[in-house]
Design a binder for this molecule. Structure first.
Ligand code: HEM
Ligand SMILES: *[C@@H]1O[C@H](CO)[C@@H](O)[C@H](O)[C@H]1NC(C)=O
Ligand SMILES: *[C@@H]1O[C@H](CO)[C@@H](O)[C@H](O)[C@H]1NC(C)=O
Length: 325
């Protein structure tokens, strides 16, 4: 299927923006929604068109792009560090455990960056492109939309060890999840709302094997279903995929939370959010009220996007997202 990214979306865009003009308080005075108003007026339509085209080719890509933003922001802030390739003299974050054989969508980011460079050369950071891309992915898959704050600059460094330490593992307990998020200024409610990102996308057998074979807080028939695609012994089946949301894996909705209430979370860490602890009530609320989830998700995404941005003369505007200038 051919796809063309021109400004044919402008009528649509006007409708959307009328619906969603929410005023957003700015926790970080250096980020603003109008940051590229004059330096790159076509930015939003350019990014959206490329994201739409990537998701039309492969629905899962929307999930992969959302996750890239999360993995970028959790490691020394939203600074595009995850996008840097390893070289003989530089070790980046792509080979850290949470990303290795798992983080995907880098080619799509490259494509978006070159489309943006064509309309406004040298103006827009890769960190901001990731931010817009995550927002557009959620919207295109049926979730809420919102105004993103922009003005981040790109890191000249990356940290494999910070990626290993700061991105939570699927084996995490509730307390570990809460403290990881709290360390970055995100509340327990933000943790639960952001975990709703698992309403889309896939996980590899190796990340959920222990939960489906060894945990007792899992629906028996669901565990059996997942076991059929994920052999007990590690090895050849490690990369077999299963949807994080068994009900509607390509729609951004509140089904993830209904699954948790039914003990059908795929990851150990997912089910920790509804396991008799302090977050049960939030999960229960989101499972009943999709609009409550949507609005808390938006709030939390904006907060996550505020984590330690590089501004002013810090960092740079990368020419290519995979390497420093
Ligand atoms: C709360 C702690 C979290 C843990 C422990 C966690 C862990 C994981 C794991 C293990 C996978 C599967 C990776 C693989 O098998 O390759 C995954 C996938 C995913 N995660 Fe998370 N995650 C967390 C939070 C988040 C957040 C906050 C978001 C976004 C808001 C997010 C979005 C996603 C998405 C969309 C996927 C599917 C990606 C794809 O299909 O390519 N996760 N996560
Ligand atoms: C389940 O737990 C046992 C005992 O701790 C361990 O030996 C085994 O490797 C675990 N199995 C899986 C699939 O994680
Ligand atoms: C904005 O950026 C400048 C220059 O980098 C910095 O000194 C200042 O603290 C930043 N302000 C906020 C609110 O982050």
């Amino acid at each position: 299927m051919a796809s063309f990214c021109f400004s044919m979306t402008s009528n649509l865009m006007i409708c959307f923006s009328l619906l969603v003009l929410v005023s957003i308080g700015s926790a970080n005075a250096n980020l603003s929604k109008d940051y590229y108003y004059s330096s790159c007026p076509k930015l939003f339509e350019t990014v959206k068109c490329e994201v739409q085209s990537a998701i039309s080719k492969e629905t899962r890509m929307g999930a992969s792009l959302l996750r890239l933003f999360f993995h970028d922001c959790f490691v020394n802030g939203c600074d595009g560090s995850i996008l840097l390739d390893d070289t003989s003299s530089f070790t980046g974050e792509k080979t850290a455990n949470p990303n290795k054989n798992s983080a995907r969508g880098f080619e799509v980011i490259d494509k978006i960056k070159s489309a943006v460079e064509k309309v406004c050369p040298g103006a827009v950071s890769c960190a901001d492109i990731l931010t817009i891309t995550a927002r557009d992915s959620v919207e295109i898959l049926g979730g809420p939309t919102w105004d993103v704050k922009l003005g981040r600059r790109d890191a000249r460094t990356a940290s494999k060890s910070a990626a290993n330490n700061d991105i939570p593992a699927p084996t995490s307990s509730l307390n570990q999840l809460i403290s990881r998020f709290n360390a970055l200024g995100l509340s327990t409610k933000d943790l639960v709302a952001l975990s709703g990102g698992h309403t889309i996308g896939q996980a590899r057998c190796t990340t959920f094997r222990a939960h489906i074979y060894n945990d007792s807080n899992i629906d028996t028939s669901f565990a059996r279903t997942r076991q059929s695609g994920c052999p007990k012994t590690s090895g050849s089946g490690d990369n077999n995929l299963a949807p994080l949301d068994l009900a509607t894996p390509t729609s951004f909705d509140n089904h993830y939370f209904k699954n948790l209430v039914d003990s059908k979370g795929l990851l150990h860490s997912d089910q920790q959010l509804f396991n008799g602890g302090s977050t049960d009530s939030i999960v229960h609320e989101y499972s009943l009220y999709p609009s409550s989830f949507s609005s808390d998700f938006v709030t939390a995404m904006i907060k996550m996007g505020d984590i330690s941005p590089l501004t002013g003369s810090n960092g740079e505007i990368r020419k290519q997202c995979r390497s420093v200038n």
